[in-house]
Design a protein around this ligand. Sequence first.
Ligand code: KIV
Ligand code: NA
Length: 265
Amino acid sequence: TRRITVNDIAAASERGEKWPMLTAYDAMTASVFDEAGIPVMLVGDSMGNCHLGYETTVPVTMDEMAMLSAAVVRGTSRALIVADLPFGAYQESPVQALRNATRLIKDSGVGAVKLEGGERSHEQIRLLVEAGIPVMGHIGLTPQSVNTMGYRVQGRGEEAAQQLLRDAKAVQDAGAFAVVLELVPAELAAEVTRTLHIPTIGIGAGPDTDAQVLVWTDMAGLTGGKVPRFTKQYANLRQVLTDAAKEFAGEVVGGTFPQAEHTFH
Ligand code: KIV
Ligand code: NA
């Protein structure tokens, strides 16, 4: 079976089909999601929080993105793999964006890249698309701007809503194949979805977007502490792993592991 392409994604959305996207940061987890039939995986810079122990996505480097993106590609055979351009890897100029996106496409082997920003990033998006690199946009809450934006719902009020619509159109006009809408009111996300012909991917954007994305560690219940209200926990991996680790520790301390079947003579 061949890999899913951006054209398959466009076709699915034209047929009115909703589709799921999950983040992935390593080959093993990605292989599970590939087998589960998740069509699109995002090597998100949320790896900064979930995988690398940073407090925000801001410190994530191109080296980190390139390494984990390559791992996710190696762990999958079917999903379209999208990699984030991290903070500082595209803001300087379209040429900088092209250089870094090329590395993720050519060396890591991903099928598309994602970058944050609407009007402010449209030149970058345009150059990548002209060069043959599929681009996913990302507007609304853009976590790389946490230092100016904070983490709050975007697009509330008439002026902010108009700006979000302009950002959405800028991303589409620049040639992006899809756009993430993060933490925006459901009514506005629905309006953007009606307005655009490219698929919208919601996270904290209500039920009316073409697709939904969640951070895998949040949706699987692995994340410690508080998770955002828009996420849903479909499993409790943190509890499962805690129990397994404690049971292993207890058996080692108690001398009941290993047993005969684990032992060579
Ligand atoms: O990095 C990430 O996980 C993302 C999604 C939340 C869209 O950008
Ligand atoms: Na991201």
